[in-house]
Design a protein around this ligand. Sequence first.
Ligand SMILES: Nc1ncnc2c1ncn2[C@@H]1O[C@H](COP(=O)(O)OP(=O)(O)OP(=O)(O)O)[C@@H](O)[C@H]1O
Length: 809
Amino acid sequence: MAQRKKKLKKKRHTANREPEFDSDGGEFELAAEIKDDDSPGRKLPCFPASSDCLSDVEPDTRELVRAQNKKKKKSGGFQSMGLSYPVYKGVMKKGYKVPTPIQRKTIPVILDGKDMVAMARTGSGKTAAFLVPMFEKLKAPHAQTGARALILTPTRELALQTMKFTKELGKFTGLKTALILGGDRMDDQFAALHENPDIIIGTPGRLMHVVMEMNLKLQSVEYVVFDEADRLFEMGFAEQLQEIIQRLPDTRQTLLFSATLPKLLVEFARAGLTEPVLIRLDVDSKLSDQIKLSFFHLRVDDKPAMLLHLLRHVVKPQEQTVVFAATKHHVEYLKELLSSEGLECAYIYSALDQTARKINIGKFVHRKAMVLIVTDVAARGIDIPLLDNVINYNFPSKAKLFLHRVGRVGRAGRSGTTYSLVCPDEMPFVYDLHLFLGRPVQLATPEHTPGNSDGVFGRVPQSILDDEGSHLITAHENSLDLQNLHRVSENAYKQYLKSRPNPSPESIRRVKSTDLSSMAVHPLLGSGLEKMELERLQIVDAIKGYKSKSTIFEINSNSKSQASEVMRTKRSKDTRLVEKFSKRREDLAAESRLCNSLCFHQGVFSAVVGGKRRGPQENVEERPKNKKSRQTGKDEHYYIPYRPKDFDSERGLSLSGEGTAFEQQASSAVLDLMGDAGDEDRKRKRFVRETGKEEQQKKKIRIDGGQVISNKKKKKKNLYPSSRSRGRRGPNFPSPAGPQQTPSGRRVRSELKTNAQILKQRKKKQKHQFLQSGGLKKLHVKNKQWLGEVKKSGFGRGGQKKGKMRKRL
Ligand SMILES: Nc1ncnc2c1ncn2[C@@H]1O[C@H](COP(=O)(O)OP(=O)(O)OP(=O)(O)O)[C@@H](O)[C@H]1O
């Protein structure tokens, strides 16, 4: 223990000597933010002198060779990173000639042994950024110790993909990898861990389950990666991560990667980072310019028709498309719908059987199906290189989820298009997204052409919806399945709406004040018919917005009924208020129109945000000066906003999506005057003491598949010994030895059991099973039967004879 502490100190000491990555004053805060600077001549962080090397078992010649290689090769390429031959060969074989910016920034720092939090946009090559240095560090398989690297991912698909990358990039290193995923057989996973893998790739739920079953200590892990870290550190995985992290040694190197990470490292406090380096690339331009965005405004019922239109007429036949839907029921419905319309499609959702998921992904990757319908399970990390389009059938409720979904296209410098179907209740999320991206919402105008339609928010011509709608009606009439699935998906949507997070209040306000009647048809959908269609839509809007001057109570103007009298009196009383309200609405609409045009022409986004920030001085005169704006008298030049500039962006990235960690903490800070005395029972309206149930709940753990089980029950289950007793050992099952050593010389207790222990456990289990299956009772009954039989055979039918035989019995 003392030795470990000493080493940790040493590690910190080495890190402190490099000022460019240091945290200020050793506080757990933002250590350093490296701006996107791709200058090839950038100085690489220097290596520690051999005396500072972490291993005190032998002088690390590897480091020296690497430093030597670095000096020789010109900077900018993988060569300059001083990679060893097997690793370099794997990288070249994969076809990576030059490192991507995130790889160039992160690999040298990771090789220097620092903890890291790295953010770069989707498809920028983050996987290789943590795999390459991992291979370099692990070097070659180790015979004695357990796994030395652990990679955690939030979804099975992503874990499978990381496994594929690991195999390809690490082909020449000979390192062994075990994949621990929910949905696969646990016995196989026990066996895989017995083969003494160097790397474990897994999803938190199943890994925690396996770790607890096998009682693995994970003390040999030196390198931990949390891929899609923001998702992993969201509430859903908290317990599983806790269980895994507390088993890891303090001296490990921890890396967090994602395309969407908040700036405040406090949000990752549970990861146990030690003086981490923060690398955030593309903070300003979160989306690749190669990705084109289109937003279509329509009713929720028109979405199926629009989807069909997009897939048939807008998307090219040779292009592959991923459709994101809100729930698995939507996926099932859409799959049935598209199939009935002759569009071949594959589908994935988390509840789908593992084999079916693999088959469906395979079908899509091999271009047997050109459409893949998915829930958000496939939103993160999945890399399908030739993917062209993403369709958001349901708009994501979080801006960062939009980034991840959209990030499935435009990978590694390719181009792609995203189409989002937005119904009225999803409008505030579109505004939230634009706040997050720092762009104005562009409402379509008749002047927009398909060529300049990027980011435009427009309407869908009714003619398109009518055409496809008639197909849909026939399809539904002919298929009972489709009708049922549609009904189920509608019910699921109601549930989905209940669980959906709320948009920000300013976006709701903005949507209310936006005059959508001025919005034209989306340029991608109505080339040539914009003006005519706009007029038509305006007439339809006017009809929709028509309000009768009198109520149903006043149908007969000279009616003397009591109801009509009441209505008339009320009307005369409220006229002033109604007028005031409609005038305010008109003003707001006019202001929003002006803001939109200003933003569109000048790119001044600040003007869009609820009128809080003002545009350039010269345009102030053009604004309708309402009472409020005149009163504020804010001088932009000297005004210091109470929110930081990147507030909206950071709010989107924050793990809870509610704001910064500080704001959350402050809002949840409660002075508990009652202390431990108890809690208020709202139903009974009195204070009650804690019953200890909370403690019991804490002892329960959610395993993969969402099942909640108690720790105790888990132990009773004993899946691991039973698998071992069946002799499912891997071919290279290492002999159970005494204490082993890590390369750094630390002693680790063997996780393997001795023969005696195994036999003892086996006996215990057999006894347990025997008792559980009512073994004693059965034995008793069996004995009785036997006695009866013997009696019969001994004494014939009567059974009452006396004699020698009877005596013997
Ligand atoms: N140095 C490189 N040169 C060329 N291609 C690369 C390089 N590094 C990665 N790629 C390719 O870029 C694509 C995207 O890589 P990867 O999946 O690692 O991105 P990512 O940043 O992890 O994306 P996401 O955030 O969506 O998970 C992959 O097809 C990968 O093979």
